[in-house]
Design a protein around this ligand. Structure first.
Ligand SMILES: Cc1cc2nc3c(=O)[nH]c(=O)nc-3n(C[C@H](O)[C@H](O)[C@H](O)COP(=O)(O)O)c2cc1C
Length: 407
């Protein structure tokens, strides 16, 4: 765990986490940070904690000592969001300090009690409530429900104009030496933008309508610094992460980069022959192609890659009268993440009956995904030259339809 000074009286405590599945599902190939914040006036508040994946709370208490904060003298725990990656240390904290007040929304208060037992000292806050810590440090609270649980809120510090945004404006990706946007190289900025896409699509995407409202709410505050619960701090250009998040909301509802993702699977290489052909057509047309072979690709990467692409090709054969299961499961997952309105094209091989196409339509319909497919191509066994012609036609039509979706 590291301590990073943000301003007089405000520190970030940050730790890198790797080799685990985020939310028990998402492979985090490049790790993730958990950020906690200390605001010290006459009184001391800790905004979100970190769970015990790195010897926390012991490492947390040690590092607090290094910035002259005695954990026993922390007055307020500001719980922006009760998800245990931020609040999981409260139980240990209670063992060393029995005189503190938890500050949170009414929905979080209920969760604090059900997760960590009856708490007497909870101060429930509503929109605009304030907490004066002294020495110019004044916090205000701004609920942003369903970003990403119902309990979530922003905490804003008016002296330094810092927004502690918790999961909002977060990104995957561990931080090494650089923690602020102005310290980062262009490569690091790009890295965190990509990791932001992966984080958003995996964790926040389902809640895109509420994220839009939260962006609006943050724009109403006078912000110099955005300090999220995961990922870098934005102090040079906090507008960047706000506009990135606005764009990510648009990816959720069908727009994307000028890229095509081919989401495919093949048992004996028949559909793969057509995938290889599609790739040559797309390369000829100058498109960036992301090829995701299922089930070899991680779910995290699959969701993120489809999410950010303006066009999608599904390539899968028939298997037991339905679609090849790993591809069908991937599309179900995209449906759960509410990735809607993509323009798409599908082709695949079958032996005698077909059935993949019917299941695909059923999944798209049931999940209300509203994907707009150009005419699908099914071929018997290996693809023949007339099948390749139809596939090429489908791709060219897809590229045409993609034009309005590319941002
Ligand atoms: C386990 C298994 C189940 C299959 N079920 C069906 C089926 O229900 N209907 C059908 O038309 N073809 C079925 N097939 C045939 C495949 O769709 C066909 O072999 C196709 O060419 C496979 O394409 P691929 O090599 O890209 O996987 C099945 C094949 C396998 C191996």
């Amino acid at each position: 765990m590291k301590k990073i000074k943000i301003a007089d009286g405000i520190h970030m405590l940050s730790m890198n986490v790797e080799d685990m599945l985020f939310e028990g599902i998402w492979e985090i190939a490049n790790g993730v940070t958990l950020n906690s914040y200390i605001v010290k006036g006459d009184k001391t508040a800790i905004i979100d904690g970190v769970i015990g994946w790195d010897g926390v709370p012991e490492t947390l208490y040690k590092i607090l000592g290094e910035i002259d904060v005695d954990p026993k003298e922390i007055d307020y725990l500001i719980v922006n969001h009760m998800e245990p990656d931020h609040s999981g240390w409260i139980e240990s904290f209670k063992k060393i300090n029995d005189d503190f007040t938890i500050v949170c929304t009414d929905k979080a208060a209920k969760l604090v009690t059900s997760f960590y037992g009856d708490e007497e000292n909870i101060r429930v806050v509503k929109e605009g409530d304030t907490l004066n810590l002294g020495k110019g440090k004044k916090l205000s609270f701004h609920p942003v429900p369903n970003v990403h649980w119902p309990d979530t809120m922003y905490t804003y510090e008016s002296d330094t104009k810092t927004l502690f945004s918790c999961d909002m404006y977060g990104a995957f990706g561990k931080m090494d030496e650089h923690h602020f946007d102005d310290e980062m190289t262009d490569e690091e900025i790009e890295f965190f933008e990509d990791e932001g896409i992966r984080y958003f699509s995996n964790v926040m995407g389902t809640f895109a309508p509420m994220v839009k409202k939260a962006i609006k709410k943050s724009k109403e505050l006078d912000i110099d610094i955005i300090a999220p619960g995961h990922g870098p701090i934005y102090r040079q250009n906090p507008q960047k992460i706000m506009s990135d998040y606005s764009r990510f909301c648009k990816y959720s509802s069908g727009s994307g980069k000028k890229e095509i993702t081919i989401l495919w699977g093949s048992m004996y290489g028949m559909t793969k022959k057509a995938v290889d052909f599609a790739e040559t057509v797309l390369e000829r047309e100058g498109l960036k192609v992301n090829s995701l072979e299922m089930p070899l690709e991680s779910e995290s990467e699959m969701v993120a890659t489809v999410f950010k692409s303006a066009g999608v090709i599904i390539a899968a054969p028939t298997y037991e009268y339905k679609m090849f299961p790993p591809v069908a499961a991937a599309i179900e997952e995209l449906g759960r993440k509410k990735i809607t309105n993509k323009v798409a094209f599908r082709f695949g091989s079958y032996g005698w009956s077909g059935g993949a196409e019917r299941e695909l339509k059923e999944i798209i319909e049931r999940n209300r995904m509203k994907w707009d497919f150009v005419e699908m191509v099914e071929f018997e066994g290996a693809p023949k030259s007339e099948d390749f012609n139809k596939i090429e036609e489908g791709i060219l039509k897809l590229l045409e339809n993609m034009k309005d979706k590319t941002i």
